[in-house]
Design a protein around this ligand. Structure first.
Ligand code: SF4
Length: 322
């Protein structure tokens, strides 16, 4: 029996795969791999699609040195924009706009190592207002917060915390030196302890290997993560990664397909850089991916919700809260 089929059958009887079983998929023939990943997605997740949008709730002047990021104060990029935490009024207005387009999940994302205590209080007001006035699910990405902060955020009505692992523990020190992989794991664990769902993936195309990507998803699986954002690096001029090669559609399809084999019931979510793929991610949505961030990204233009909804309908998906 060929390896793809053998692994697929193991998943169907409820077993999880080991790293040693997953590694050969890096060299497996692409089309059968992607087809099997699509079948696994249908088996575990049906045609449910998790579509979310993000708002850049606080922009720029970041103390951290993440080498891919336009908002880091360590690099000079064309993204000169910076502003403090958005007002509740603006956050609610954006949430209303997204909800009116059919989006069910909305994330507030802020730049910086973490929000201050005062900012957490302020943003909890905004979360309460969004839940009360719009009803859309609220996710947050506020950096390296502690359990006590997350408890306040949960009480305010948010349901999910985003904090990307970015890559493997081995590769991460080459991506960022101002905080550690352990800091990220601690943040995800604190969010879980506070009773929140966690969302954590990474950026592909930083110079990491396929093994780094696989290790990242095994770490996420161990942490109970069921939502994995897959960003394709958009090399920003002025950042250390400005000359990195952009991943091809085939490479991205293989990545999402392999991730599906590692966490068969997860939302594998195409995120930043989707617009760099010629088909805007369409082939990935039949290769294991079943979630996406729609609309604009933090500092780059994205794909409109309208365009995404038309594509998802064509592919037979239903947008639901997963
Ligand atoms: S990714 Fe976040 S923490 Fe890192 S430099 Fe950008 S805004 Fe700062």
């Amino acid at each position: 029996m060929d390896i793809i089929k053998k692994l697929q059958d193991k998943l169907y009887v409820g077993e999880l795969l080991t790293k040693e079983e997953i590694l050969p998929l890096a060299e497996a023939p692409l089309e059968p791999l992607c087809q099997a990943a699509d079948e696994i997605r249908k088996h575990f997740c049906k045609d449910a699609f998790d579509l979310c949008t993000i708002v850049n709730g606080k922009c720029g002047k970041c103390t951290e040195d993440c080498k891919y990021c336009a908002q880091s104060a360590h690099y000079t990029t064309a993204c000169g924009e910076s502003y403090p935490l958005l007002s509740t009024e603006k956050i609610v207005e954006q949430a209303k706009h997204n909800a009116s387009q059919g989006v069910l999940r909305y994330s507030i994302v802020t730049s910086g190592r973490r929000l201050s205590e005062e900012e957490v209080e302020q943003v909890c007001e905004s979360i309460r207002a969004v839940r009360r006035e719009v009803g859309i699910e609220v996710c947050v990405s506020f950096g390296l917060l502690a359990e006590a902060d997350f408890r306040k955020i949960k009480e305010a009505g948010a349901s999910r915390v985003h904090c990307n692992l970015e890559s493997s523990e081995r590769f991460f020190p080459q991506v960022c030196t101002t905080h550690t992989y352990a800091d990220k794991i601690k943040t995800l664990q604190a969010a879980k302890k506070a009773g929140l769902e966690v969302c954590s993936g990474g950026i592909m195309g930083l110079g990491e290997t396929m093994e780094d990507r696989i290790d990242m998803v095994f770490t996420a699986r161990d942490l109970g993560v069921k939502s994995i954002p897959v960003n394709v690096l958009n090399p920003i001029p002025g950042t250390p990664y400005e000359n990195n090669r952009i991943l091809t559609n085939e490479e991205t399809r293989r990545i999402v397909a392999i991730f599906r084999f590692i966490i068969p019931d997860a939302s594998i979510r195409l995120a930043g850089g989707r617009g760099l793929l010629g088909d805007k991610g369409e082939a990935c949505f039949t290769s294991g991916a079943n979630a996406a961030i729609s609309g604009d990204m933090l500092t780059t233009a994205g794909i409109t919700v309208e365009t995404d909804l038309a594509l998802l309908q064509k592919l037979g998906y239903t947008v639901v809260k997963r």
